[in-house]
Design a binder for this molecule. Structure first.
Ligand SMILES: Cc1cc2nc3c(=O)[nH]c(=O)nc-3n(C[C@H](O)[C@H](O)[C@H](O)COP(=O)(O)OP(=O)(O)OC[C@H]3O[C@@H](n4cnc5c(N)ncnc54)[C@H](O)[C@@H]3O)c2cc1C
Length: 195
């Protein structure tokens, strides 16, 4: 029989390894907390957690925007140096257009983040804007990372550049802080409520 209290049951192997200490399954069993140790009011934990959601989502957007930009820079550098079929890769339209699409996705992602940050700075909760940004940015950055892998060819799927790791880790962003579908569901629910 496990002891009463709180314990880490196991650590979980996940697609991304950038979180210090990783992730784990935490078990609570007959946990008693002294009233002096309670943060805020009992029964309001979910509501408190909701308050941090919009700014927290935006920090994910920002850190993964930086990672995707890094992958893009590596891909641009490679495409400018590598010659195939008589010219550099970037001169092949199939490659140049992918990098141009990266620029567009990175720019749109940055604008969505800036706008949501501005709404938060006005003291509003930015629920709608943060949902929109989270879906748009996570999906755009995944496209960017995917194109970078493609432009790098075989090199893209090796650990010789950071692109492989960024591609793997950015995949989780479409699930963390609410999967894209749940944000779309929430946005649609808002539309229905206002109709
Ligand atoms: C290692 C790790 C770290 C994480 N870190 C964070 C974090 O820091 N912050 C955070 O908020 N989350 C984080 N998450 C995500 C969170 O824990 C959940 O995994 C996430 O909210 C999805 O819930 P679920 O896994 O129970 O999936 P489920 O609820 O089982 O959903 C599975 C899939 O069903 C679909 N789905 C679910 N609901 C709907 C719906 N209403 N309409 C349409 N389709 C739907 C989606 O495609 C979804 O991906 C983390 C997850 C992991 C594994």
């Amino acid at each position: 029989m496990p002891a009463d209290g709180i314990a880490i049951e196991r650590t979980i192997d996940t697609i991304e390894q950038s979180m210090t200490g990783g992730h784990g399954v935490v078990r609570f069993r007959n946990l008693r907390v002294h009233r002096d140790d309670v943060l805020g009011e009992v029964g309001r934990g979910f509501r408190y957690a909701q308050v941090r959601l919009a700014p927290a989502r935006l920090t994910h957007c920002m850190r993964w925007l930086g990672a995707a930009r890094r992958a893009h820079d590596i891909a641009v550098d490679y495409a400018n140096r590598r010659k195939a079929f008589g010219k550099t890769l970037i001169e092949h339209e199939g490659v140049g257009f992918q990098l141009a699409d990266n620029l567009i996705d990175l720019h749109m992602a940055r604008l969505a983040i800036w706008h949501c940050a501005w709404v938060l700075d006005q003291g509003r909760d930015a629920r709608i804007e943060s949902s929109i940004s989270k879906v748009a940015v996570s999906e755009a950055l995944f496209r960017v990372a995917d194109r970078c892998v493609q432009v790098l060819g075989g090199l893209g799927v090796t650990g010789d550049t950071l692109v492989e790791r960024i591609f793997r880790e950015v995949r989780a962003f479409r699930i963390y802080d609410g999967p894209s579908e749940v944000h779309r569901w929430s946005l649609a629910r808002g539309l229905a409520a206002r109709a």
